[in-house]
Design a protein. Sequence first.
Length: 594
Amino acid sequence: MIEKAHKKCEKLYESTKFNTIKELFEYAKKTYPNDLAFKLKSGEGKYKEITYTEYIDNVNALGTALMSIGLTGKRIGIIAENRYEWEEAYLATVGGTGVVVPLDRALPENEIYSLIERSGMEAIFYSSKLDDMMKEAQSEKIGKLKYFISMDNEKTTKEVHSQKELVELGKSLIKNGAKSFLDAKIDPDEMAIMLFTSGTTARSKAVALSNTNICTNIFDISAVFDVNNKDVGLSFLPLHHVFESTVGFLYFASVGTCIVFCEGIRHIADNIKEYQVSVMVTVPILIENMYKKLFKSIEKKGKLGKVKFGLKLSNFLRIIGIDKRRKIFNDIHENLGGRLRLFVSGAAALDPNVEKGFTDLGIDTYQGYGLTETSPVVAAEHRTVAKLGSIGKLFPSIDGKIINPGENGIGELAVKGPIVMLEYVDNEEATKDVMQDGWFLTGDLAYFDKDDYIFITGRKKNVIVLKNGKNVFPEELETLIQRIPGVKESFVYGQEDEEDKNDLKICAKIVYDKESIKDEYGLTDVEDIKNKLWEKVKEVNKSLPKYKYIKNIIVTDEELIKTTTQKVKRHEEIKRVLNTKLSTIAQNITKKLQ
């Protein structure tokens, strides 16, 4: 069967094509010289502002200094919380010095050491929060690592370089005629970035991305999203993750957006308000929790009826081409700083009710889809392409098809185009597993509808296959469970059916929010909470075909094990569930023996 060509996102805006990330940041300096690139908190009520001219001059200086100390062509790591110095170090590396290797600072120490060794990095930028770890790495002589560069030290010592002093050194070298970094020749199709996958189901792989990969993705993003130099973008997701680094860092820089940094998950609402954030790249769990808290606050203030009436009025006006959302819901917008207008969500499925809810209030909320291996964005919704539950349409530079579709059209999504990675570094077998005649196999099950919108139904590895041959997608059931009031998150899995050892029964682990459960149902006892949630799950079951019925639940207030981009580590959760079950069995046996 010949796969038909699927319609892609239309190009809505003029976008600049860059061959390299170096061209991108030089363009930003030339086009937005006096616009703010960063607004950084420097004390209570005090801020440091950095223009694009200052920013890129510092990048050029740091790159020049790195080359002067012998790092030309080397692999250079970065490990730190989101901050200005992280982005400066990244550009100074990919702008002509060598290959950048961003690392996840939340990983256990032994895993970080393993990645340092596997990557072959010879230098690493790090923050003072990791001083002890880096001292040990230095004393243990891990891998090829020789150069340690502190983002916080004021002065260079025999053991550790100061990033601040390297910038000053570079400025002095440029003043005296050094042009090694400024004139560096970059092959856009060679590896420029080495990213380790999150390893949610297996040992992490090292993904090799090129300038062409990243710049093509930025070109596509610019063609469909209208973010500009009047916007303020909140950097919340970890920068080592390609979703944040491509969209919330490099894309924002390409359009002159001012970047501000979130101080932590508890401070998101305050940071949005104080910086007057207008755009944000985020993940479903964050945006869904914000939505629940917002409406809980509205309900407590006795304004729910007024808001519901406003929604009806606003939606009617929009049908006839009149958009008064921001005026009707002005109080809500003012509580969010007054400028918030756009959420772009990725990394997992977003609840369609939340997407519609925020959009109806005047904060346009779009879902995108991508992977580390695709630089990352493959498809997204936007102003003229939006359908609840979908991930939008393919980006302009991407082709897509469904491999081995079943009767319902669902099969594995495969994509092709200049955003697809070069390879998994030093792992030819893994590379061959995901590449098929130039097509990258995403591992996600999906289908195209009649209008060429893409719907992701679940991860291929996560599908629960029942004895009758039916497939159950855990993600679908998790979305339904998470709509139950008081539920924070959930994890659906298959477990051996005691009545038929050759079959599986569908089970769910439900994480509840103590405060919400108490407010909603007046319950505090765990057994009472379980009974109430089981009642609600039975109601969910009534909306499903029988083979999808959830037949057992575990309830807890302890969060699921997740990656730093809030993806559930399913293999870890399965282990935890099994261990809990074995522990319960052992306790029951002990009680009987007593």
